[in-house]
Design a binder for this molecule. Structure first.
Ligand code: NAD
Length: 517
């Protein structure tokens, strides 16, 4: 496949975007051309140049979105769930029709490789299909009543309008995990995307809104672009949003949790990870090298599930780190529109500075740099934000190893016994994803057991990154405890109601209480 030029790539995605400049970044059932509000400039991390401009929501735009969302929520809650599921399915199919341009837009806007950009759109399609099936399976339990001629039943009702605030690194997939599931449950969604990726949000909302209009449904997928401290904080404080689903960094997530709890709202938190891969002497080492390299280098280390810590057993530690270092040195870093490139840019200059600071701190704290550690010269992509894939031999208790640095830095450390590996693995404040590479059943099962990994996601002989949509996704400890996507994660978007029904003519009371009047 020949490499696309930036010019060709831009013209291929132009059909997804409004011709106006700035583009409207607010959808309230109509595209609102905000006057006097902030304008967000979307820069491509590939070359550091502007890709487009989007107008943010002013306070009155936000109110318009909220008013329309609440009106829609009333109607949408009355639409049968399987009909809601069919609407989501149609959106998924429309996304499939636009997959190549949308995937390219994701690559241009956040710097993913072409295949990863396409994978992000595929994830939206997959969750759309999952949600459509789920729409016929929003089961509530029934319980036997202790009273004669009574029945107890759980029902799951929509919450109404909910807020979804997303991070830059999955600029559309994370929205769909939330929005498609919430929509089949019967909620309507107000999306505040990352200001690093507003164009993807505009393009996706245009597609979803057109499908809803063509089907004659009320609008369900609203958009309010804008800064975290402007539109974001307004959502956190807004009692009309019973749930705010937030994906982002731990410090911001902590703020979100406090603000939303302060008004007795619910937050669903998907925050940072500090994911470890344990490689045993009994591992298939070639498979482990590939699993660790993909986990650490995909999306230039900017996945919440990126492998940040390699914990390898003493007997193979040296050789494994050597082998990985060779792989790191051979990986092509550069313009992600080049099909041979595996590591694209970081999102912005601030991220490059965060990377350089972490490399310096790691060495000051006793780490030994094995490879990388510098800004990378990316051929054919001047002006972008490229860094070298980096391996640092470290000790588990170094302060920098306890942090998530959103960049391709892998800290490596040896272990003696599996219990030692688990202790190192669990000794960080985050708890998102984890992996063990071993062919020994006992080791694998120990890592999966309650005495093993303390994370929300655990993998055996596959890396920490690259979860499928069918399972519930999320993490423990400072990662926030939220679960999204598959399994029964849908329950977070619903209110549970316990219904007690008396179909007899007497009025027996629970717990044998009598009340004769
Ligand atoms: P970020 O915390 O900087 O921003 C996330 C979102 O929060 C953005 O939309 C931003 O505008 C908004 N925001 C900022 N300040 C706010 C405020 N005061 N009130 C409300 N909203 C506010 O994160 P980022 O740099 O975009 O994304 C990277 C982080 O996200 C990493 O830590 C990564 O691990 C995490 N992440 C987690 C998951 C997960 O599922 N656990 C998935 C993707 C990303």
């Amino acid at each position: 496949m020949p490499q696309l030029t930036m010019g060709t790539a831009r013209s291929r995605v132009s059909s997804l975007l409004e011709p106006s400049d700035p583009m409207a970044g607010v959808f309230s059932g109509r595209w609102v051309e905000s006057v006097g509000a902030e304008t967000i400039i979307s820069l491509s991390p590939i070359d550091g140049l502007p890709l487009g401009r989007v107008s943010a929501a002013s306070p009155s735009d936000y109110e318009e979105v909220m008013a329309q969302a609440r009106e829609s929520a009333q109607v949408w809650a009355g639409v049968p769930a399987p009909v809601r599921g069919q609407a989501v399915l149609q959106i998924a199919e429309e996304l499939r029709r636009h997959k190549s341009e949308l995937g390219l837009l994701v690559s241009l806007e956040v710097g993913k490789t072409i295949v990863e950009g396409l994978g992000e759109v595929q994830e939206m399609i997959d969750i759309g299909h999952f949600a459509a099936g789920l729409s016929r399976q929003l089961y509530g339990l029934t319980m036997p009543s202790e009273r004669p001629e009574h029945r107890i039943q759980e029902q799951w009702h929509p919450l109404g309008a909910i807020g979804v605030i997303t991070a830059f690194n999955f600029p559309s997939a994370v929205w769909s995990w939330n929005a498609f599931i919430a929509a089949v449950v019967g909620d309507v969604v107000i999306w505040k995307p990352s200001s690093e990726a507003p164009l993807t949000a505009v393009a996706v909302t245009r597609i979803a809104s057109r499908v809803m209009e063509d089907l004659g449904h009320p609008q369900v997928f609203f958009l309010a672009a804008g800064g975290g401290q402007v539109v974001g904080d307004r959502m956190l404080d807004d009692r009309r949003l019973p749930l705010v689903s937030f994906t982002g960094s731990i410090p911001t997530g902590r703020w979100v949790a406090e603000r939303v709890a302060g008004r007795s709202g619910r937050s669903l938190l998907e925050l940072g990870g500090n994911n470890g891969a344990v490689v045993s002497e009994k591992a298939d080492l070639e498979l482990a090298v590939r699993g660790v390299a993909f986990g650490a280098l995909a999306t230039a280390g900017q996945r919440c599930t990126s492998t940040r810590r390699l914990i390898a057993q003493e007997g193979i530690y040296g050789a494994f780190v050597d082998r990985l270092t060779t792989v790191y040195r051979s990986v092509k870093v550069g313009n992600p529109l080049d099909p041979d490139v595996l590591v694209g840019p970081l999102i912005n200059q601030q991220a490059v500075e965060g990377y350089l600071a972490a490399v310096t701190q790691a060495q000051e704290q006793g780490g030994r740099l094995r490879c990388g550690g510098k800004v990378a010269a990316a051929a054919g992509a001047p002006g972008g934000f490229y860094v070298e894939p980096t391996i640092i031999e470290a000790q588990p208790d170094m302060p920098i190893v306890q942090e998530e640095t959103f960049a391709p830095i892998l800290y490596t450390m040896p272990y003696h016994t599996l219990e030692h590996a688990v202790a190192i693995h669990n000794a960080v404040p985050q708890g998102l994803s984890s992996a063990i590479f071993t062919t020994d059943l006992r080791e694998a099962e120990h890592f999966l057991s309650a005495q093993g990994s303390d994370c929300g996601l655990v993998n055996v002989n596959t890396g920490t990154a690259g979860a499928e949509i069918g399972g519930a996704f999320g993490g423990e400890k400072e990662t926030g405890g939220g679960r999204e996507s598959g399994s029964d994660a849908w329950k977070a978007y619903a209110r549970r109601q316990t219904a007690s029904i008396n179909f007899g003519s007497a009025l027996p009371l629970a717990q044998g209480v009598s009340f004769e009047v």
